[in-house]
Design a protein around this ligand. Structure first.
Ligand SMILES: [Zn+2]
Ligand SMILES: [Zn+2]
Length: 362
């Protein structure tokens, strides 16, 4: 994707036009403003990467000449960093309910877990390894070296805003813009914390135990509140989302709370009636079938399906019966079946005839 196209600006756009385009698009596509839309994060990322490239004169010059190869990917921020950029631009994310400017809430983190159907049925405790930006323990997220404090920003004198009076043909116009030096924070770190180099956050890998509730379905996402990336300068942490996928089961298919399976029934039991075993997640269940049971007959076992999520009981187990034709008959069994066929007047096209021909040749 071309960065100019992404921002919807001309190739000769001024720095100001690029900034304005980013400001508008970033607000529109920020993941916090598009909750539930999984593509928003990707779009937001593209917009931010485009802006990071085109807002830097040197990067823009190389991009114009060589395209993305001129930039290399090493220079791009991770998503946490992109959130930081957004925060520095607007002086706050969408996280602050009041809309006042403040540091950005940390970005969300996604982890993935695959479960067996049995685990999804009973619920399970799982350890997930996640890498998150956590508050730096040395400076407690302030970014300032221990014993020092952030000082008022030298450019905006702590207001976070730059006010300019411009003379125009309509008279004097006052404009206010976010201070580029402090990103609207009004503070500046003069001696950065050595542990986090002033960022206030440190990437750490940790193992988290997640409780997965019984009855969870494939594709579900569990939210673990506050276990995403730490916020910037003490702002609230993002959330951890755990995406659940369920591995295919050798016997059962799942449809919501119901389970389906195919069960073979010996021909004799199908004809005479009797007892068959139907598998369930809790072990085989003995079920009576009536004489004359046909292939395609469906047995419904109430309360033998999946455990209902946050509810009582289980769904239904639907067993599709399939009458099985016996194979590998012994001499005796073959005889019995032929006599059976003869008594029904059913021609087996049989071995009897074939044997007689063979005998004739010998
Ligand atoms: Zn620190
Ligand atoms: Zn400032």
């Amino acid at each position: 994707m071309d960065h100019y196209e992404t921002l919807g600006v001309a190739r000769d756009a001024t720095a100001d036009e690029i900034k304005k385009a980013y400001r508008r698009l970033a607000r529109e596509h920020h993941p916090d403003a598009n909750r539930g839309d999984p593509t928003a994060e990707e779009r937001f990322k593209q917009i931010t990467v485009a802006y990071e490239t085109l807002s830097d004169p040197e990067k823009r010059r190389r991009y114009d000449m060589f395209g993305d190869e001129g930039i290399g990917s090493a220079g791009f921020s991770d998503f946490g960093g992109i959130s930081d950029l957004f925060a520095s631009f607007f002086g706050g994310g969408f996280g602050s309910a009041s809309g006042r400017s403040g540091p950005a809430r940390g970005a969300d983190v996604l982890a993935e877990i695959e479960l067996t159907l049995e685990e999804a049925d009973t619920g399970v405790e799982r350890d997930v390894e996640i890498e998150t930006l956590n508050e730096c323990s040395e400076c407690h997220g302030s970014g300032a070296a221990p014993g020092t404090f952030p000082s008022a920003c030298s450019q905006c004198r702590g207001t976070g805003e730059l006010r300019q009076v411009r003379r125009t043909m309509f008279g004097n116009v006052m404009t206010a813009s976010t201070c580029p030096r402090c990103g609207g924070q009004g503070q500046e770190i003069t001696s950065p914390c050595p542990r986090c180099t002033g960022r206030g956050r440190i990437a750490e890998v940790e193992t988290l135990t997640v409780q997965i509730p019984a009855g969870v379905d494939d594709g579900a996402q569990l939210r673990v509140s506050g276990r995403g990336h730490a916020g910037v300068r003490g702002a609230g942490a993002g959330d951890l989302y755990v995406a659940i996928s369920i591995a295919p089961h050798p016997i059962f298919q799942r449809a919501g709370d119901d389970l389906g399976c195919e069960v073979g029934v010996p021909m004799t039991i199908a004809a005479l009636g009797g007892t068959i075993e139907i598998p369930t997640l809790e072990g085989p269940e003995l079920v009576e079938v009536a004489p004359g049971t046909q292939s395609g007959h469906v047995e419904r076992l109430k309360n033998k399906g999946m455990t209902r999520l946050h509810g009582r009981g289980r769904g239904t187990l639907v067993a599709l019966l399939k009458v099985e034709t016996p194979i590998d008959l012994t001499e005796e069994q073959r005889d019995l079946l032929e006599r059976f066929a003869a008594s029904r007047g059913e021609s087996t096209g049989g071995r009897g005839l074939f044997d007689k021909i063979k005998e004739a040749f010998n």
